[in-house]
Design a protein around this ligand. Structure first.
Ligand code: ZN
Length: 308
């Protein structure tokens, strides 16, 4: 068994502009860090293709998907919300982004790999059923989770989201569907200000972190809020919304995680999945400081390799 790294060069076609934080050099920074640490050569690198429209339509409305086709510019850039630029190649990248998540789900559920990391952009967890938002067009994690539920017929899929921002899109799409348990930690109050409170949904676990929260707060929140619901749920698959923007060097949030916290959370997930032989994969979300992003993904993947 080994760890797979899913990637695709078409993300370069999603041209967000030099001054936008979500740009192609994020993936370059990750891969440079993996090469420098000697991690890259231990991975099984899989170049993935685009998602099929049928995969996207499990998470998004047909009208929304058609609307994206219609508004994509022939040249230059438009903004689909105040934060989310769309260039002539954005949909090609977005279909590949979801496609990488789908291929990774299929591969770990076939038992081809012990676990998988999906180095994807545009990210996904803010994309709602009918709305682009927060740098996201298609909700890669929700598309992957629906693929696992409907094609592989899984009954219990846990989504663990440690991005600094609440994954409003994932909740919008999967709320109250008891095939999915949605656990997250995020800065609160903070973007996206959508107020998905756990007591209003029967499959949602929120771990709130105040601005300035660091390692101790993060780890205590995981142990106090996620551990028991996850154990009771007994997932057949874990999909991680792996955002790295809660790091203290990241400019997009006000949390203070350290490099070692990403090793710690990967180890915590690894221990849980080892005990139960649960397949799992991690799909990239945020992370906007190039140095911290590269280092922390390397820490995270290092644990995945140790497990494999
Ligand atoms: Zn984020």
């Amino acid at each position: 068994m080994s760890t797979a790294y899913f990637c695709f060069h078409q993300h370069f076609s999603h041209a967000t502009g030099d001054d936008h934080p979500e740009h192609a050099l994020r993936i370059t920074a990750i891969e440079n860090a993996l090469h420098e640490a000697g991690t890259w050569e231990q991975l099984t690198v899989c170049e993935s293709g685009p998602a099929k429209r049928a995969d996207i339509l499990r998470a998004h409305s047909p009208g929304y998907v058609e609307q994206l086709d219609l508004i994509q510019p022939q040249h230059g850039r438009i903004y689909v919300d105040e934060d989310t630029p769309m260039s002539p190649g954005s949909l090609e990248a977005a279909y590949h982004s979801a496609g990488a998540a789908v291929e990774a789900v299929d591969a770990v559920l076939r038992g081809q790999f012990r676990n998988a990391f999906v180095a994807t952009r545009p990210p996904g967890h803010h994309a709602e059923h009918k709305r682009s938002m927060g740098f996201c067009f298609f909700n890669n994690v929700a598309v992957a989770a629906m693929r696992a539920a409907e094609t592989h017929h899984l009954q219990r899929i846990a989504i663990l989201d440690f991005d600094a921002h609440q994954g409003n899109g994932t909740i919008d799409i999967l709320q109250n569907d008891v095939r999915f348990l949605l656990c997250s930690t995020f800065q609160h109050p903070f973007y996206p200000y959508s107020h998905y409170e756990a007591n209003k949904y029967n499959n949602l676990v929120n771990g709130y972190l105040q601005a300035g929260a660091g390692s101790r707060d993060f780890r205590d929140t995981i142990l106090n809020y996620w551990a028991e619901p996850l154990r009771r749920f007994a997932p057949e698959l874990i999909i991680v919304s792996a955002g790295f923007d809660a790091h203290r060097e990241d400019p997009m949030a006000e949390l203070c995680l350290e490099d070692d916290d990403y090793r710690w959370i990967a180890q915590w997930i690894s221990n849980f999945t080892n005990a139960r032989h649960t397949p799992w994969l991690a799909i990239l979300e945020g992370g906007y400081d190039m140095n911290a992003l590269g280092r922390c993904v390397n820490e995270f993947i290092g644990v995945m390799l140790e497990q494999a």
